[in-house]
Design a protein around this ligand. Structure first.
Ligand SMILES: [Zn+2]
Length: 310
């Protein structure tokens, strides 16, 4: 991403931040879903743990019981999508040779919520790590949709192995703090330990140091203290988002509620407790359906980013 594009993105991310912090779910367990985020203040949404009596079943969702083991279709083909009751997405174009985002080895890290590209693609990121649904591994194995994971150490540490299975599919793991602290509310040294300690644990578990960092709620993303802490710990960019997946639909920052090429989409590892009874795979299927309806492919975020030369 060139400097101009980057600063534009940064400004807009900052502008949207207050709103995002108020309505976007990015908690390990108690955050409200979706639709409710737009209708009620996040602080007052008593959603956690209430398995919505009125959970709408707009989509039948995948019927895992209907898929006999051993009969899994070849990954990525039409039958695989049909198994999950989905229309296939367009294939992603080849990764660009000249990466739109080029990260430097040292110095301040850029903050971005979209990637400058004319490819009709969006990027899917999944945060936290609370829900560890084996069916979701099966789904990504079948569909080969790339995702980037921003994991919170204390939320994933009881089962690091779950995310290794997703990593084995080619998906990258990034840093989302030790315990989901709201960064602007803690002093610089605590911000540093939140990022550095998670960086160390994730590096040890997953074999490579996370290249990217996302602060919980997007909070503090554009502050000097956070940028300094990120630089001290190793990630080389702060990544925000343009859309946030809820239960059935995305919350858009754009007034026209449309995806744009290069948008980064936020979702969470969540299960029925946080999704009004819906499963992770039902939520993710709805996300893919919303992307498919708008004609976008899902590309791998890391394919559009040039990591610093070693
Ligand atoms: Zn989060």
């Amino acid at each position: 991403m060139n400097r101009q594009a980057r600063s534009r993105t940064t400004v807009y991310a900052a502008g949207a931040l207050a709103l995002l912090a108020a309505v976007t779910g990015c908690t390990s367990g108690g955050d409200s879903g979706a639709a409710s985020a737009a209708l009620v203040p996040a602080s007052g949404s008593p959603t956690s743990g209430s398995p919505a009596t009125a959970a709408p079943s707009r989509s039948a969702g995948p019927s895992p019981t209907a898929s006999p083991t051993g009969g899994a279709p070849a990954a990525g083909d039409a039958a695989a999508w049909a198994k999950w009751h989905l229309t296939p997405l367009p294939p992603a174009p080849p990764a660009p040779a000249d990466k739109p985002v080029k990260l430097a080895r040292t110095g301040p890290v850029p903050v971005f919520s979209e990637v400058k590209t004319s490819d009709k693609v969006v990027f899917v990121t999944i945060d936290d790590g609370a829900e560890k649904d084996p069916k979701f591994v099966e789904m990504l194995t079948d569909l080969k949709v790339p995702v980037s994971m921003f994991l919170t150490r204390d939320i994933v540490k009881d089962d690091y192995g779950y995310f290794k299975r997703l990593q084995a599919l080619g998906n990258h793991i990034h840093n989302h703090t030790v315990d989901h602290a709201q960064m602007s509310k803690v002093p610089p040294e605590k911000q540093k330990s939140e990022i550095c300690d998670a960086q160390a644990a994730l590096t040890q578990q997953y074999g490579a140091p996370p290249l990217l960092f996302r602060p919980p709620y997007g909070d503090g993303a554009n502050t000097p203290a956070l940028n300094t802490a990120v630089q001290q710990c190793g990630p080389r960019a702060v990544v925000l988002w343009r859309e946030s997946m809820q239960i059935h639909d995305m919350q858009y920052q754009a007034a026209d509620k449309k995806l744009r090429a290069g948008d980064i989409v936020l979702a969470h590892f969540r299960g029925p407790k946080d999704l009004k009874g819906e499963t992770m795979t039902q939520m993710f299927g709805e996300l893919l359906a919303r992307i498919q309806e708008q004609g976008f492919a899902v590309a791998r975020l890391e394919d559009y980013i040039e990591a610093p030369a070693a």
